[in-house]
Design a protein around this ligand. Structure first.
Ligand code: GDD
Length: 307
C-alpha cells in the first residue's frame, strides 16, 4: 500500500512508542500530537486540536491518548470523561473536516465488557458491555460516540477493544512488570528473595506489545476493512501463577512467593478472555511472540533499567 501520513496521539506512552516505530518501519509518515509531542497540545482544547489537524492533514489517525489508570479515573471521573470522550470527539470532528474519506483508529479497552467477562468464555464484539468503573465507562462511551459520529461524518472508524498487553518499558502497576521488577531487584540484592504477589487464581488474555501494535498497523493497512469494533487479544488464557512460573524460570536466584494482602483487589473478574477471530479474518493478523519469550524479554528489560 502507499505510505500514509498518520497522526498519533499518546505517542509518548508505553504502547505509543512501539506504535510509532512500527509505523515508521512500514514507511508511513508519523506526526505526534498531545503532551510532550511534536504538536505539544492539550487534546481537550478543541481549537488547538482543529488547528493541529488543519496543519497536519493526516490520512489516518491512531488515537491512543487516554486517562488509562483505573484508580485515577475513580478519583477523577469527570476528567476521565473529558479526556477519553471529549478529546476523542474533537479529534474525530477535526479529522472529518480535513479527510472525510480517512481512517480513524480508536484504541479502546476490553474493560468495556465488564461483568460480561464473568461468563469465562472468549468474549466476542457483539457481547453485552457492562463496564464496572469510570475508566471503562468512559472508554465505552467514547467508542460508541466514535462509531456513530464516524458513520454520520463518513469517516471509517475502527474501534479496538484491547485486552491485557505487556512488554519492555511497561510501568509497574501491571502484573508482568510488577513481578519482573521485583525479580530484577532481588537479583541486584536490593530486595529480600521474596516475590510479593496478589491474586494468582485470575486468568487473563495477554498479548506482547509488538503484536498489539502490529494489529493496529494491520487494521490501518487493510483496504476496504469494515468500520466497527475489533478485539485485540491473543485468544489464549494464562493464569497469573503462570506469569510467576514463567518469570522464575529465567531468574538467576532462588525466590520464594508470598501473598501480599495489599495486592489483592476488592472486586476481580476471574477470567478475562477474548476472541480475536474477527480481527484475524479481517486482517490476517496473528500474534507472533510466544508468552514465555515475552516474559523473558520483560525481565531482561527490568535488569537493564535503573529506577
Ligand atoms: N498489577 C498487579 N500486581 N496485578 C496482580 C498482582 C500484582 O502484584 N498480583 C496478582 N495480580 C493479578 C490482578 O489481580 C489481576 O487479576 C491480574 O493479575 C492482571 O492485573 P493487571 O496487570 O493489573 O491487569 P488488569 O487485568 O487488572 O487490567 C489491565 O487490563 C485491562 C484490559 O483487560 C489494565 O491494563 C486495564 O487498564 C485494561 O483495561
Amino acid at each position: 500500500m502507499s505510505p500514509l501520513k498518520v497522526l498519533v496521539t499518546g505517542a509518548q506512552g508505553f504502547v505509543g512508542r512501539y506504535l510509532v516505530q512500527a509505523l515508521l518501519r512500514h514507511e508511513h509518515e508519523v506526526v505526534t500530537a498531545g503532551h510532550r509531542c511534536a504538536y505539544d497540545i492539550d487534546l481537550t482544547d478543541k481549537l488547538a486540536v482543529f488547528r493541529c489537524m488543519k496543519e497536519v492533514r493526516p490520512d489516518a489517525v491512531v488515537h491512543l491518548a487516554a486517562v488509562s489508570n483505573v484508580p485515577y479515573a475513580w478519583e477523577h471521573p469527570a476528567q476521565a470523561v473529558e479526556v477519553n470522550v471529549s478529546a476523542s470527539i474533537y479529534l474525530l470532528e477535526a479529522f472529518a473536516q480535513m479527510q472525510p474519506q480517512g481512517t480513524f483508529l480508536f484504541v479502546g479497552s476490553s474493560d468495556a465488557y465488564g461483568l460480561t467477562a464473568k461468563a469465562g468464555r472468549p468474549l466476542v464484539e457483539t457481547d453485552l458491555c457492562q463496564p464496572q468503573n469510570p475508566y471503562a465507562i468512559s472508554k465505552l462511551c467514547a467508542e460508541q460516540m466514535m462509531l456513530q459520529l464516524g458513520h454520520r461524518l463518513g469517516v471509517r472508524v475502527l474501534a479496538t477493544r484491547s485486552f491485557n498487553h505487556f512488554g519492555p518499558g511497561q510501568a509497574k502497576g501491571f502484573v508482568v512488570s510488577d513481578f519482573a521488577s521485583q525479580i530484577a531487584a532481588v537479583e541486584r540484592g536490593e530486595q529480600e528473595p521474596v516475590l510479593r504477589v496478589g491474586d494468582l487464581s485470575a486468568a487473563r488474555d495477554f498479548t506482547f506489545v509488538t503484536d498489539v501494535v502490529a494489529a493496529y498497523v494491520a487494521l490501518l493497512e487493510t483496504k476496504g476493512i469494515a468500520p466497527g469494533i475489533y478485539n485485540v487479544c491473543s485468544g489464549q488464557t494464562h493464569e497469573i501463577y503462570e506469569v510467576i512460573d514463567g518469570l522464575l524460570q529465567f531468574s538467576l536466584v532462588k525466590i520464594k512467593v508470598a501473598k501480599d494482602p495489599e495486592r489483592f483487589r476488592p472486586s476481580e473478574v476471574p477470567r478475562f478472555v477474548g476472541s480475536a477471530k474477527k480481527l484475524q479474518e479481517a486482517t490476517g493478523w496473528r500474534p507472533r511472540v510466544p508468552f514465555l519469550e515475552g516474559l523473558g524479554r520483560v525481565l531482561e528489560d527490568w535488569r537493564q533499567r535503573v529506577e
